[in-house]
Design a protein around this ligand. Structure first.
Ligand SMILES: [Zn+2]
Ligand SMILES: [Zn+2]
Length: 276
């Protein structure tokens, strides 16, 4: 599989000279697995990804939302394939069970007057809004398995494990650790993963002032990676106040800590592709 980071920022998009190296778009990760495309989250990074997919004439896409907080869905109305008649899009979420809401009803609200100038019927693609059970296992395409698990986040969020051949990656944003014992469902999801993409919004020093906001730290990501015997850890959902210089320092500290356990740690950067 190849994994491309189109948006690595959390909470709100950032631009300017302090956000050049790591990037300012919000959550969006593209996975190419054989002929199939899977996208995790629809933050502002979805817009440039959509332009690439149209240029490449990709006609089938599955998008799995971690949840529907604004930073994870605000790229959706600007996703060019949604305006292309010949494209089929499955848009999934798994955190709405018991809320009386569905993926469709929440995504409709995004484009409701007076918040947006045009309604969802402007889309031309064949779009299926789909709800999955937060513990489901699906086969989005032959040879590709997706397993879900609930995360700890206000209003709920879903983590995903994607397996293709002998390789697995886990997407776990947004999530707040609880104490030092990993969430059992997430520990199981991350077991032996080749790559764990994890919510490292806060520095370990800043975290206590933000307990309850639903986010975690690189230290807890590394703790989970060690316990799960993951091979690599990508720090993700960077805090908007973390400039390139601050992120480089955090990344270095985390990298050194990971190396002691044989785990490759890096901070996700917009535009970078990694092989899994
Ligand atoms: Zn978020
Ligand atoms: Zn969130």
């Amino acid at each position: 599989m190849s994994v491309t980071f189109w948006g690595v920022r959390g909470s709100i998009a950032c631009s300017g000279p302090d956000y050049v190296r790591y990037g300012g778009n919000t959550s969006c990760v593209e996975v190419e697995a054989g002929m199939h495309r899977v996208i995790f989250d629809a933050g502002t990074g979805l817009r440039p990804l959509g332009l690439k997919l149209v240029a490449q004439q990709t006609k089938t896409v599955d998008i799995f939302l971690s949840h529907t907080h604004f930073d994870h869905v605000c790229g959706w109305p600007f996703f060019a394939p949604a305006y292309d008649k010949g494209t089929r899009i499955n848009l999934w979420s798994g955190h709405l069970h018991g809320s009386g809401l569905t993926t469709r009803s929440v995504m409709m609200r995004l484009m409701e007057a007076p918040l947006f100038p045009v309604a969802e019927d402007v889309f031309q693609a064949d779009i299926s809004y789909r709800d999955l059970d937060a513990q489901a296992t699906l086969v989005p395409a032959p040879g590709l398995t997706l397993t879900a698990a609930p995360l700890n986040h206000p209003n709920g969020a879903t983590g995903y494990r994607l397996t293709f051949g002998s390789r697995s990656l886990v997407y776990a944003s947004d999530h707040e650790h609880q104490g030092t014992e990993p969430l059992p469902s997430l520990l199981k999801l991350a077991q032996g993963a080749d790559l764990l993409i994890y919510d490292a919004t806060y520095s370990p020093e800043a975290y206590p002032a933000h307990a309850g906001w639903g986010h975690s730290t690189w230290e807890e990501g590394l703790r989970l990676a060690i316990r799960a015997k993951a091979r690599a850890l990508a720090l993700f959902h960077h805090e908007p106040s973390h400039t390139d210089d601050m992120l480089a320092k955090l990344e270095n500290t985390a990298k050194r800590a990971g190396a002691k356990h044989g785990i490759k740690v890096f901070a996700a950067r917009e535009g970078v592709t990694v092989r899994v």
